[in-house]
Structures are given as structure tokens and as C-alpha cells.
Design a protein around this ligand. Sequence first.
Ligand SMILES: Cc1ncc(COP(=O)(O)O)c(C=O)c1O
Length: 442
Amino acid sequence: MFKNKNLVTQYSRAEEELIAFRKNHLGKSLSLSYEKPLHIVRGEGAYLIDTEGRKYLDTVNNVAHVGHEHPKVVAAGQKQMALLNTNTRYLHEEIIAYSEALLKKLPKELSVLHIVNSGSEANELALRMAKACTGQRDMLAIEVGYHGNTNAVIEVSSYKFDGKGGKGKPADTHILPLPDPYRGRHIGENSGADYANYARKHIQHLKIVDEEIAGFISECIISCGGQIVPPKNYFKAVYKHVREAGGICIADEVQTGFGRMGKSFWAFELFDVIPDIVTMGKPAGNGHPIAIVACTKEVAEKFSNGMEFFNTFGGNPVSCAIGRTVLEVIEEENLQQNALEVGEFLKAELEELQLEFPIIGDVRGEGLFLGFELNTSEKEPLAAHASYLANRMKSLGVLMSTDGPDYNVLKIKPPMVFSKENAKELMYRLKTVFAEDFMMHY
Ligand SMILES: Cc1ncc(COP(=O)(O)O)c(C=O)c1O
């Protein structure tokens, strides 16, 4: 099954030694997944492989978008790396070829790109743009949203400032309740206008004290919120309120973009809106650090006030060759269609499992961006059960992650090469664990 069998490397350090070094010499806030951490040394397709050669089905990694170490992407990077890697102050065809390919995937309104190095940097730039365009500072963002690790983006990431070690919301950030139609403040598919109304109220309050907003930033499926799919008309209504107040709408597609939704290439398309700025990252380089900010001509014009935008690494030929190849592979291997078909199959299987095990309170998501949450019949979240499930699945060779404000949501966002066979393997293991004693007691 694995093509790179010959790539054998010596691993001389024991896991305890690696852990001890990390504890002593790497940033104290780095975390490790699972009660007993994994030592992964290779990846291929939808699998990760540890030092013992044990393979794990990966349902977590939406960065290795076209599959771990996809040979064509690896070759594109190696080839360009051997030729030239430099900044954008020289003419080079790769940045043009990549931009042309990416622009074909975007609505014509989003016609200007800035290429950067991480999702955080993309959102940081998007915030600068919104502030430059409007001359304002105040941002609307969603409860439990996450947009990256730098100063300005932490300030719009409730997941962080409302979480462990956080100091709460900054004065110029205004938080909209998580538009969760299953367990949120308003229930049901028709709750979009009710949720959007909070945006209108914040804008009105600001007007009373003579303030305006710079904009609104959100993912269209809120991943750290626990794969929350807002009601269909939510974004249309929020965008309307924001634009009427002169604000800029930013869609964070760092997790959701590049065909993962199945039905569409971008998550914002599912909600029939066109943002003023779209940020992309994780999957764009299949693990290589490349991220992008796409914006309208109008935003780009207003942002360009004479101050040079220089970026040492952003838009370099190696990153662009890799990014272009990722787009090619998505097309060649029909991965958006695969996300649609396998995603729908998996969702139907999970819904069937839900009938058998009512501890599964809700199954949601689009394409290969799914989640299910574990609850009591009174919708009380079952975080310990979610953690048990993820750790037990790991022991059976399937990697899963938990998230959401109550840590009771299992997320499924595998590499897009995840096949029907992979989905069956996942379901087989899930059925095994759900039938175990711990999962039956709640
Ligand atoms: C939705 C979203 N936006 C932005 C980021 C930040 O991206 P990066 O870690 O590449 O800086 C992340 C990272 O997890 C993310 O999930």
C-alpha cells in the first residue's frame, strides 16, 4: 500500500527523551495530542506512520489537503528549490501562474491577491486592510472563533481570549453569539435573522457613542466552535448590516477552502455571499507554508496608501510552484467531487449510528468537514466521553480530534484523498468504540 517503503530512517531517541527536551527547551505553551503522544515519522495519502511502522488513518489533518507527501507536490517543491528561491522584487513567472490559477477559483469580484506565509499572517493583513479602508478599529467577530496566533488576530479570536489564559474581549472587539442552530441561543434553521440581529445591535450601540465598525471576520463553518454550520441566511443578513454601516466583510477560509465543502470550492459560496476579503492558508501548500489574502479592487486600492508591502518569503517561487501544483492535483484527482461523495456517505453513516447510539446528539458539516457532538438526552455536553472516544480510536489506529466550547465535538476533516474505503474503516472502528462500556454510561 505504501509507495515510499524504502524511506527508512534511524530513530535513535526514545519518546521520553523527546518529551523531556520539549518540556525544557521548547515553548511551554506547545501541546501534544493524546494521553500517550504519537511519534510520527512518515505520511502517505490519508495515513500517518509511526516509528514502529504502525499506520494511523488520519481524520484530523486538513493541511495535507491532497494527501500526506503527495509525490507531485513534493516534486514541484524540490524542482523549484533547486532552481531559485527569492522574493517578489524580481519578475518571476511562478507567482503569475499561481495567481492566475487561484483567481480562476474565486468570484470575479475578488481579483487582487497578496501572498503571505500563514493563516495568522493572512488574517493580520486582512484586519489591516479593513482598518485602512474604513479608518475604523472596531471589529465584529463570532464567539469561539479562531483566526490565528498574532496580536491583532488573537484580539478577534474569542476561542483564545475567552479561553484558558485569556484576558477577555478587548474594548474594540464585539462578539456575536455562536450561531448554533442545534444548541445555541436560537434553535432551528430559521434562526439566521435572530442571530444576525446581534450584529445590528452592536453597530447601533457603537453609533450611540459616535463609533463605526471596521468590519466583520468569521469562518462560514465555525471550526473551533465545533464545526458549527450557521443557518442558511445568517451571513447574508450579517453582511447586509455590516455593509450598511460601511464595514468590510472578511471570510476566513483557512480551514474550509479549496474544495473541502464538496458542493462548492469555498464555504462562503454555500451561503450565497461574496466577501470583500477572503483569507486562505493551511491546505494551500499541502503542508508548505503559503497563505493568501484575496480582496476586491476597491479594498486593494484603499489599502495601497504608498507604504510598501514587503514580505521576505511571501509569494516566493517555491511556495507558488507548490501552491499551483496543489490546485492542479485537486482538479486532476477530482478531489472536490470526492469530498462531496465521501462526505455525504460518511454523514449518512454517522446519522445511522446516531439512531443506534443517541449519545450522538448532532451530526453536521459539509463535504469532508464534518462533526458530531456527544450529549445526554438533555443536550448536556459529554466532554469526557469525547476525549475517551478520541483516545480509544487512536489505540485502534484512527486519529480524531475534539473541539467546541464544551470539548464534546468530534471533528472529521481528513486529507481530501479520504476514500469510501477509509470512511468504512472509520465507521467500523467508531461502531466498536460506541459499543464499549464507557460510552454506554451517561
Ligand atoms: C480558521 C483559522 N484561521 C486562521 C488560522 C491560523 O493559521 P496559522 O496557524 O497558519 O497561522 C487557523 C489555524 O488553526 C484557523 O483554524
